[in-house]
Design a protein around this ligand. Structure first.
Ligand SMILES: Cc1cc2nc3c(=O)[nH]c(=O)nc-3n(C[C@H](O)[C@H](O)[C@H](O)COP(=O)(O)O)c2cc1C
Length: 333
């Protein structure tokens, strides 16, 4: 494959998305402001943070808010998690008016608080359940369904092919494999060869189903390498996009044979300010300043002599104080 066709549109059931460089769902990060920035930087598809089907079925205010679409978000996917099929019908009734491009089911979360309810990665122990859930959604709506899962619960139970088939039996239109077991958590290294295996399986049995890859995508070069080495259809940036929404424009440049844009300190600081302002619009000033701490520290990660700025921003509760702290960087913004 030459590098010019590594970047391409993707058909997911009845819908076509303009490109194959996605922002992964990230609880605590992929809210409206962050998704908006990633779209501006070129993300072709964004996912909400994971939304509890149980919470939706009870029409919980906070749960409903997670499905808000950003102003510049033409396409987005809503990710649901559930430990059983009971809340799904009611959850769909709340979700359908939001008209997501597709619905994604979380079968990868390793957090005990989630798995002990039967949701997230523990669903991999029960492939029949994913068939039933996907079938219920595809029987109820015309919205395509995708499933995001791991290679298995642990090294002794890597059942991702069987699980993928179970999702497809229910009518799933797209698969995303995070190439680690639940037991691996987020530790290095993701096993990209499992992506090759899944893609080869789909090529044999389900040619129209796109396979996306997740795991250890920290640079634009990683995305290119994953696409080249595994033959999958698209990539999802996760931790690689935190404090680094620029990764989308860089990846798309690299994948289309253009020069990769560099990121100056000035651009970085301007993006922090833009991010802060989007957060203020969405959450109000005080909450925005508090929530921006983790983002700002990520934006400044690896940049020398930023200790004092980080210390100042973690105490800031007003936009003005935030901006004064950032001025210490001398980036001329
Ligand atoms: C803080 C954090 C939150 C995450 N939240 C979700 C989530 O809500 N839904 C999901 O499917 N995956 C979630 N993930 C997993 C990522 O989408 C991705 O699959 C994983 O981080 C592997 O990619 P990476 O190694 O490139 O970061 C999360 C990961 C992190 C680090």
């Amino acid at each position: 494959m030459n590098e010019h066709n590594l970047y391409h549109p993707v058909s997911i059931g009845s819908v076509t998305v303009s490109g194959n460089v996605f922002l992964a769902p990230l609880a605590g990060y992929t809210d409206v402001p962050f998704r908006s920035l990633c779209i501006e930087s070129g993300a072709d598809m964004t996912f909400t943070e994971m939304v509890s089907a149980e919470g939706l079925s009870r029409e919980g205010e906070k749960t409903l808010e997670l499905m808000t679409r950003a102003k510049n978000e033409k396409d987005y996917a809503i990710q649901l998690f559930m430990g059983n099929i009971d809340p799904v019908a009611k959850a769909l009734a709340c979700l359908i008016p939001y008209k997501p491009t597709f619905i994604d089911i979380n079968c990868g979360c390793p957090v005990p608080k989630v798995t002990k309810t039967g949701a997230g990665s523990i669903m991999m122990k029960n492939p029949k359940l994913i068939t039933d859930i996907v079938r219920l959604i595809t029987d109820t709506t015309t919205i395509p369904v995708s499933v995001k899962f791991r290679t298995g619960w642990d090294a002794n139970s890597e059942n991702f092919i069987e699980f993928a088939q179970a999702a497809l039996d229910g009518g799933a239109s797209m698969l995303t494999l995070h190439a680690r077991t639940r037991a691996q958590g987020y530790a290095p290294f993701a096993k990209w060869e499992k992506l090759t295996e899944l893609k080869e399986y789909c090529l044999k049995h389900h040619q129209n189903v796109p396979v996306f890859g997740s795991g250890d995508l920290f640079t634009a070069q990683d995305a290119k390498r994953m696409l080249e080495e595994t033959g999958i259809d698209g990539v999802m940036f996760a931790r690689g996009a935190i404090g680094n929404p620029f990764i989308f424009e860089q990846a798309k440049a690299l994948l289309t044979g253009k020069e990769m844009p560099g990121i100056s300190l000035e651009k970085r600081v301007q993006t922090i300010i833009k991010h802060l302002d989007l957060m203020i619009d969405h959450y109000g000033e005080k909450s925005a300043c508090t929530q921006m701490r983790k983002h700002t520290c990520s934006y400044l990660k690896g940049i020398p002599n930023t200790g004092a700025v980080k210390q100042a921003v973690v105490q800031a509760t007003k936009r003005e104080t935030y901006l004064s702290a950032l001025e210490m960087l001398g980036a001329g913004c």
